[in-house]
Design a protein around this ligand. Structure first.
Ligand code: ZN
Length: 288
């Protein structure tokens, strides 16, 4: 049974905080059990972040149960994000918000992009990551945990933007007849010629644009380099990535090259962490 724990500053953790570094990495709150973590977090400044947990009344219950705090240093923020994501998936800590396991990663595929305006655009298709490789497939929009949530998203887009259900494959159409929603002015009328099909498709694309899934931009693997401050145990972290899959983090190029040959499939968590730094070139990279 869960019980309320009134907040008071967790003095018993003061010795645990004493040696935490003001540098990037992952930290772990441990309870009484052998090593089952209560909470796993990451920060570019472990010390500051952990101290702020200690001052958070909403976390009284976790703080009360915590006996030890450990940390794993990383060279930079990307390494901390990758390690945190991996550890949470492995350990399911009690106090981390449960990430819904994505058993069925889905996306929306538009088979006829706007550039081929002469053809009649097809309705978006919900595709499954088990069937096609998302890292190599163009014209994918959005990453969803299930077929159902992809469908729901498409419906919401239609409702918010007065798109036509019949052109999105959400409802059957009778050629040239206005759909039910258009009679209620909930559809701009691509079904009955009030809006051109091309215009409708362009509006759909504009809605989806910011959710576009980027194909893996290289033929092989990349090593993302983050450097430790001087006098640390390692010189650098080399995150080996291929097809938006994090294959591992090592500390030298030879090991990275061996790791780069491992089979790699699209991973949504790695994609979310790595897409921006890789595509913007904001991180030092080496081809492997
Ligand atoms: Zn319509």
């Amino acid at each position: 049974m869960e019980f309320e724990v009134p907040y008071r500053y967790p003095d018993h953790l003061t010795p645990e905080v004493a040696d935490l570094p003001s540098s990037p990495g992952v930290y772990v709150f441990h309870g009484d059990g052998v090593d089952l973590p209560l909470y796993i977090g990451k920060s570019i400044n472990i010390r500051t972040r952990v101290l702020s947990h200690l001052r958070t009344p909403e976390e009284a219950r976790m703080l009360h149960q915590t006996k030890r705090i450990t940390h794993i240093p990383t060279a930079g923020e990307i390494g901390a994000l990758l390690l945190e994501s991996k550890m949470i998936k492995q350990d399911f800590p009690l106090f981390n918000k449960r990430l819904r396991r994505s058993r069925q990663l889905c996306s929306l595929r538009l088979s006829n992009p706007a550039s081929r305006a002469t053809q009649v655009p097809q309705a978006p298709e919900i595709v499954d990551a088990k069937a096609i490789d998302f890292s190599k497939t163009e014209h994918l929009y959005g990453l969803f945990n299930s077929h159902r949530s992809a469908l729901e998203h498409l419906k919401n887009l239609a409702d918010d933007n007065k798109l036509c259900y019949t052109h999105l494959g959400l409802e059957r159409s009778t050629q040239g007849k206005p759909c039910f929603r258009s009679q209620l002015h909930l559809c701009e009328g691509a079904c009955c010629g009030r809006e051109s099909v091309a215009e409708h498709h362009a509006r759909l694309l504009a809605c989806l644009a910011e959710m576009q899934v980027n194909v893996w931009p290289h033929t092989g693997a990349l090593g993302l380099i983050e450097r430790y401050p001087p006098n640390e145990a390692h010189d650098l972290d080399l995150h080996v990535v291929r097809n938006w899959c994090h294959l591992g983090t090592v500390h030298d190029v030879a090991t990275a090259k061996a790791l780069a040959r491992v089979d790699a499939h699209f991973d949504a968590d790695a994609y979310k962490i790595l897409c921006k730094p890789i595509l913007s070139g904001s991180v030092e990279m080496v081809a492997l």
